[in-house]
Design a protein around this ligand. Structure first.
Ligand code: THU
Length: 163
């Protein structure tokens, strides 16, 4: 038996104005995308903006449904839209943010577990890390270098893709 310790590293910026211009632009686009959220049930409005390796930006927001499990998170809406509209183009980065009707979102908004799994697929597919820019309405902004950082012991069954 051996004990294994894994730690993660990410950048914490005091606020969005400290970000590199491209990251700040992407977070701004995610903030704008919040307005397209359909979240009458949770009243929590998430916006995501994906930058592709060709420079194009595709945005998305959470889309809820009265049959709750039918809804989809903003990150998957944005990433699935990006990769299906630009086949073969790697995802370079994704910015995520949110607002809530009942409170101020004053801390970074990290992706849920299912979105981590869905997005890490495209790191594996294209062989590049996807940069994450996580912000709230106010407060610190975290920049994470690669989705796999947020998904230790990622499921890697390469054999599934083979005959
Ligand atoms: N949500 C996202 O859009 N992204 C996440 O990573 C976590 C949660 C949405 C789902 C639901 O519409 C609302 O936020 C509350 O959970």
């Amino acid at each position: 038996m051996r004990m294994v310790t894994q730690s993660i590293e990410y950048q914490a910026f005091t606020n969005a104005t400290e970000l590199a211009p491209a990251d700040r632009e992407l977070l701004d686009r995610a903030r704008k995308a919040v307005s397209t959220s359909h979240a009458p049930y949770s009243r929590y409005h998430v916006g995501a903006a994906v930058r592709l390796a060709n420079g194009n930006i595709v945005t998305g927001s959470n889309q809820e449904n009265m049959s709750f499990p039918a809804g989809l998170c903003a990150e998957r809406v944005a990433v699935f839209a990006a990769v299906s509209n630009y086949p073969g183009v790697p995802v370079a980065s994704i910015a995520i943010t949110a607002t809530a009707d009942a409170f101020e979102v004053n801390r970074p908004v990290p992706p849920c577990g299912m979105c981590r799994q869905a997005i890490v697929e495209f790191e594996m597919k294209y062989g590049n890390k996807i940069r994450l820019i996580l912000g709230g309405q106010t407060g610190e902004v975290f920049v994470v270098h690669g989705m796999e950082t947020l998904l230790p012991l990622t499921f890697h069954e390469d054999g599934l893709a083979k005959k």
